[in-house]
Design a protein around this ligand. Structure first.
Ligand code: ACO
Length: 311
């Protein structure tokens, strides 16, 4: 126990200021942040797959270039986040092993298939939209390296959301078949996107403590509500509908009411039984094995340069 360290930590949190890697922090804070930041990094890396599947099938050279840039951005987000997580004291290869061995979670959403080109639109609009709603408040997270990484990530995510919106807008204003394809993608992605915000507050073990530590600024349900309120108007502008018969403006609350989500399906997806969990993990393991030579070459080069610098 470090009384002076604890007092300093408490003061920084109460002043809504920032904890930096060299500051003393409670073991539980370090552990919970390592968990959240590394899960977030894993999500970015696994999240490359559903869209990477469509790069070769994008309908034009321009669309291909945009999609490729977007998938690369996600790799970049994963890298900043692994770097932020490492400053908490766990090495990146250990974090990576946790993912490869199935000991770490990644976002439920990436276990759903991307069936048509319109899914690239729905993923951009809804999935990246939900990511922004969840992550903008994280720019103010009390842990410095995490908050700073989020600033750049959020800027890139807003570009991603706009490109998704634009794909859907074009399809929605295209032929009847294209419009149908756009609607079908939204129908499939809507509920899983709402579940990205995590379980209901009554069932969220980490929320309260994370909010006391100024890591989370809003609860899962608060952010989900904010997102629903935002996308109802956007769906109207797109000329598409959201697949929820209970969606309705509530004058008294000043928010849209929405229907119950299927939390059993959510648990089952997180437990590894979603439609694409096996495929996503197999692909990640193969990619990791295939990249072994790059890691070996980089390590050999680093050792050689270090030896030359020491000589
Ligand atoms: N998918 C998978 N697991 C989830 C999800 C989800 N959508 N939501 C919650 N969980 C997990 C939590 O990680 C936690 O698991 P653990 O105890 O094994 O670590 C458990 O369910 C309980 O949830 P909470 O107590 O609500 O957890 P927490 O307070 O960490 O809140 C949240 C979850 C909102 C996802 C939070 O961690 C967060 O904001 N993370 C950063 C954002 C992020 O990771 N986004 C990834 C998708 S966006 C993208 O990659 C483009």
């Amino acid at each position: 126990e470090d009384l002076a360290g604890q007092a300093n930590f408490d003061r920084i949190i109460s002043e809504d200021s920032r904890i930096e890697p060299r500051d003393w922090m409670p073991a539980a804070y370090r552990k919970s942040l390592t968990r959240q930041v590394s899960q977030h990094a894993h999500s970015e890396i696994i999240g490359m797959q559903p869209e990477a599947n469509w790069i070769t099938r994008a309908p034009s050279l321009k669309r291909k270039a945009i999609l490729m840039a977007k998938v690369q951005d996600e790799a970049g987000h994963g890298l900043y986040l692994y770097s932020a997580a490492e400053t908490l004291g766990t090495r990146r290869d250990e974090l990576n092993n946790q993912l490869l061995e199935g000991r770490a979670k990644y976002s439920s959403i990436f276990n759903y298939p991307a069936r048509t080109w319109a899914d690239m639109g729905a993923i951009g609009w809804l999935v990246d939209g939900a990511a922004i709603a969840n992550q903008v408040p994280l720019c103010r997270a009390s842990y410095g390296p995490y908050g700073r990484a989020m600033v750049r990530i959020c800027k890139e995510e807003s570009f991603h959301q706009r490109q998704g919106w634009e794909i859907l807008y074009e399809l929605s204003n295209g032929t009847p078949e294209q419009k149908k394809m756009a609607q079908d993608a939204v129908n499939r992605m809507y509920a899983p996107a709402l579940q990205m915000f995590g379980p209901p507050d009554s069932d969220s073990p980490h929320s309260q403590q994370s909010m006391k530590w100024n890591v989370k600024r809003f609860s899962n349900d608060e952010l989900r509500q904010r997102f629903v309120d935002m996308i109802v108007v956007q769906a109207e502008a797109l000329g598409l509908t959201l697949p929820d018969p209970d969606l309705k403006w509530n004058e008294e609350r000043g928010h849209y009411d929405y229907g119950q989500l299927d939390w059993e399906e959510f648990s089952s997806v997180i437990a590894g039984n979603g439609p694409c969990n096996t495929q996503r993990m197999q692909r990640r393991r193969t990619a990791h094995e295939e990249g072994a030579w790059v890691r070996e070459a980089a390590a050999a080069y680093a050792a050689k340069t270090a030896a030359a610098a020491a000589a």
